[in-house]
Design a protein around this ligand. Structure first.
Ligand code: NCD
Ligand code: ZN
Length: 346
């Protein structure tokens, strides 16, 4: 008998869609399975003002395939020049769902990010007052901090002080990769949520480095030791309510990944739901996949869950296409490195 699983249609609470030809190529991969996604603002130049977000939203809607049902939830890229009043107005009008904090230099296209947190304190205060979530890329950028320690150090040196200074600020710790982040999330109150990516539930740092360097597994925050991956799986599959899916699907062309200085980012939108079913089944937690992918995110963002359903079916090994074509060149699809027996069938 075929095993099937029906869930409310999932949402992706952290997604990179890019722009232009890349946007047109990757958007259908997300719109197929996901109803909504939080759209990252790290374009070049970044999405900083309400006018930028309005224009970007229009370009996304124009790139949607015929008949697709997909809602982009826009974000603004926080800079030291961000005006608190603009943020509050953009949220009140329904244009944006969140604001994104990139520490300057932390990741792809983050040069306009924040260097001095004191300078954005008025924005944090206005956001706390209005209940606007702050999505945080949680890594310090100081050269002397080891790349594998940057998330844990950020929590202690930057995130915890921000939260103490700004009572009521709603924060999403994005793409968490460490047991330290899991522990911090668990002891945070109702105003603290976190996302976990597909790939961080499936790979550890050995996948990147053992047997030759694998650029398609390189992303930021970089995957950590196996014990951290286990902590992420434990948290995601536990039914804990303040953790939800954010794929961080981040397309770069094959040429820019397979380079002497390869870009950070894993493109997983096409395979996320089958991969998650595999991870949750292995953990004996298939019944909790809906909470992680479809319920906890809307609850944190104070939105209704989707009414539509998707169905996953278990059967023959899924044949994952190695790449999608774009006018900018091919983009390699995340290879989970293991057989996937689930597929989305409806
Ligand atoms: C993202 C990208 O390519 O825009 N890359 C990544 O490795 N995750 C940026 C980000 O979210 O850090
Ligand atoms: Zn990202």
């Amino acid at each position: 008998m075929t095993q099937t699983l029906t869930l409310r249609r999932p949402d992706d609470w952290h997604l990179h869609l890019r722009d232009g030809a890349m946007l047109r190529a990757v958007l259908p991969e997300s719109a197929r399975d996901f109803a909504r996604a939080i759209i990252m603002p790290n374009l070049v130049p970044p999405v900083v003002t309400a006018a930028d977000a309005t224009a970007y939203r229009e370009r996304i809607l124009a790139a949607l395939p015929e008949g697709a049902s997909f809602t982009p939830l826009m974000t603004l890229y926080l800079t030291e020049a961000t005006d608190p009043a603009d943020v509050v107005a953009a949220h009140a009008s329904g244009l944006i769902a969140a604001v994104k904090l990139y520490p300057a230099g932390a990741t792809t296209n983050s040069a306009s990010g924040v260097r001095d947190m004191d300078r954005v304190q008025p924005v944090f205060e206005a956001m706390a007052e209005a209940g606007i979530p702050l999505c945080v890329h949680g890594e310090v950028t100081r050269a002397e901090i080891d790349i594998f320690d940057r998330e844990a150090v950020f929590i202690e040196e930057v995130l915890d002080p921000i939260r103490r200074r700004t009572p009521g600020l709603r924060v999403v710790m994005e793409h968490i990769t460490t047991a330290d982040a899991c522990a911090y999330l668990r002891q945070g109150g109702d105003n603290l949520g976190a996302t976990i990516t597909t790939h961080h539930l499936m790979i550890n740092r050995n996948h990147i480095l053992v047997g030759g360097i694998k650029p398609h597994y390189y992303c930021l925050p970089v995957a950590k030791r196996e014990r951290h991956r286990e902590a992420l799986v434990e948290l995601a599959t536990s039914g804990f309510e303040r953790v939800f899916l954010g794929t961080d699907s981040a397309p770069h062309t094959q040429a820019s990944k397979e380079s002497a200085c390869g870009c950070a980012g894993v493109f997983s939108a096409s395979v996320t739901m089958p991969c998650l079913a595999q991870v949750f089944e292995a953990a004996g937690a298939l019944d909790r996949l809906e909470a992680f992918a479809s319920l906890n995110g809307p609850a944190f963002y104070r939105m209704a869950p989707n009414e539509a359903r998707i169905t996953l079916e278990k059967g023959e090994a899924l044949v994952i296409p190695p790449r999608i074509d774009t006018e900018d060149g091919p983009v390699v699809i995340f290879d989970p490195g293991t057989e996937i027996l689930w597929r989305v069938t409806g």
